[in-house]
Design a binder for this molecule. Structure first.
Ligand code: OOG
Ligand code: NI
Length: 460
């Protein structure tokens, strides 16, 4: 039994997201600059487009926009991942989707912990892209064992944090009298440490195998490496970064600019080179690059069919780029055939929509067997695009790479290993398509039910 009433997971998540943002702002001042820049652009976009403001308000996206963030951490062991899942569960965050980064030559696989219901997303849209190092992809057996041994010696959660997690699981939530303490303890895991846990030779060896391996293995914990605000016009953000002489990556990842944005577009400022002390008989002052600043623009969630189209178009654009076509032009050509009006996206089953009964529908009711498409066309139902809440592995790989310095992007011969990931996680990941589909289906069922009730009332 709880001594005091439990804090709602949505509220805990909001508290944690706020605390993390404040910590990161103090650690990386340039992040603060990014937040200011995004806030200015968003205010301008909403001012210039009242219809955008109205649509965002009606879909529950407006109130949380200025606190909307995603962060990223990289974990080293199965134990770390399973405890992280338990920690995030208390904040109402579930692991959604499996991302295989080996495909892009990065030795990790990942999921994103995030809220899943509309109400939870509206309360605090906070997500954490969480990757797990794949030691099995380190070719050198001696180095692989050394990395595993170093990781086995660290404990990324404070003892008190683990105690509070276990207590909350027994009692059915975080009691309000320990909520502040829980947030402070959880924050410790995400903190930057300017001292490595290994000597500089070990760091260099691991770095030579892959910079990401060094980042995961050589530190006390999985420092948060970026926190991304959501911007409503990423092209404006990209030029504004340049204008303020922020060292932005040279292009925006993801789909091209469109009238109706799809999925996710991202850009970032390049990782900072930060001073690190390396222990040893003779401690050494060195540097490490891990933390960067990212901005993203979110668009409509695509169905599997839409996503396949997207993947094909993007692959075509990347091929053209390799053949010397400027990327912007390659994207424009590859996406020319991708419908950019909401009606076609919906009718062709390329994107997800949320249905509602139009307020004017009470007049002149449709016959009971009218198809959904016709109900929309004739104004009984409205269809609002569903916002994409997840990530794009190819973009993620682009972001990873732009922060690792120049490297070839050969993929590993072995593909993803979702089974091993879920075993480490201690549960299955949620299928993001199932979530979006359920959202669409439920909204349609409820709308049809409501229309039927109108009809019964007007007949009876
Ligand atoms: C995570 C990169 C992935 C995104 O927005 O796609 C990511 C990392 O660098 O650890 O955050
Ligand atoms: Ni990110």
């Amino acid at each position: 039994m709880l001594r005091t009433s439990p804090v709602h997971p949505d509220e805990l998540r909001a508290m944690f997201s706020r605390a993390l943002s404040a910590m990161y702002r103090a650690e990386v001042p340039l992040y603060g600059t990014l937040l200011d820049l995004v806030a200015d652009i968003n205010a301008e976009c909403l001012h210039e487009s009242p219809s955008l403001a109205k649509q965002m308000n009606s879909t529950g996206q407006l109130s949380g926009l200025d606190i909307e963030r995603h962060g990223a951490i990289r974990l080293g062991t199965a134990q770390e991942l399973s405890m992280m899942a338990r920690l995030f569960a208390l904040m109402g965050m579930e692991p959604v989707a499996y991302y295989d980064l080996a495909l892009a030559g990065i030795p990790v696989h990942a999921t994103a912990f995030r809220p899943t219901s509309d109400a939870a997303l509206a309360h605090s849209p906070f997500r954490v892209f969480t990757s797990l190092l794949r030691l099995d992809l380190i070719a050198d057996a001696a180095l692989r064992e050394e990395a595993a041994r170093i990781l086995s010696l660290r404990q990324i959660f404070t003892p008190r944090c683990v105690e509070l997690i276990e207590q909350a699981e027994r009692e059915g939530g975080i009691a309000s009298d320990v909520a502040e303490e829980f947030i402070a303890q959880a924050l410790e895991t995400f903190r930057w440490h300017s001292e490595a846990t290994v000597d500089i030779e070990t760091y260099r060896k691991l770095r030579a195998a892959h910079p990401l391996i060094a980042d995961v293995v050589c530190f006390k914990g999985p420092h948060i490496n970026h926190l991304t605000p959501r911007v409503l016009d990423i092209d404006a953000a990209q030029s504004e970064m340049r204008r303020r002489a922020i060292h932005a990556k040279d292009r925006i990842e993801g789909p091209p600019r469109r009238k109706h944005p799809i999925l996710l577009r991202q850009t970032s400022f390049l990782a900072l080179e930060e001073p690190i002390r390396f222990p040893g008989k003779q401690p050494v002052a060195g540097t490490h690059t891990a933390r960067f600043g990212e901005i993203e623009q979110r668009g409509i969630a695509l169905t599997r069919k839409g996503r396949e189209r997207y993947d094909k178009s993007l692959a075509a654009a990347l091929r053209a780029e390799r053949d010397g076509v400027p990327m912007e032009e390659a994207l424009a050509v590859a996406f020319a055939e991708f419908p950019d009006d909401l009606d076609t996206l919906r009718r062709e089953g390329l994107a997800f929509f949320r249905y509602a009964v139009d307020a004017r529908a009470a007049a002149g009711l449709p016959s009971p067997d009218t198809e959904a498409d016709e109900l929309v066309e004739r104004g009984w139902l409205t269809a609002q695009p569903v916002l994409y809440q997840d990530f794009l592995p190819v973009s993620a790989a682009g972001i990873f790479r732009s922060n690792l310095g120049k490297r070839d992007d050969q993929s590993y011969a072995i593909g993803g290993d979702k089974v091993a990931f879920e075993a480490a996680l201690g549960r299955e990941v949620v299928d993001e398509f199932v979530l979006y589909q359920a959202q669409q289906d439920t909204s349609l069922e409820q709308s049809l039910l409501q229309l039927r009730r109108f009809r019964t009332a007007s007949v009876g």
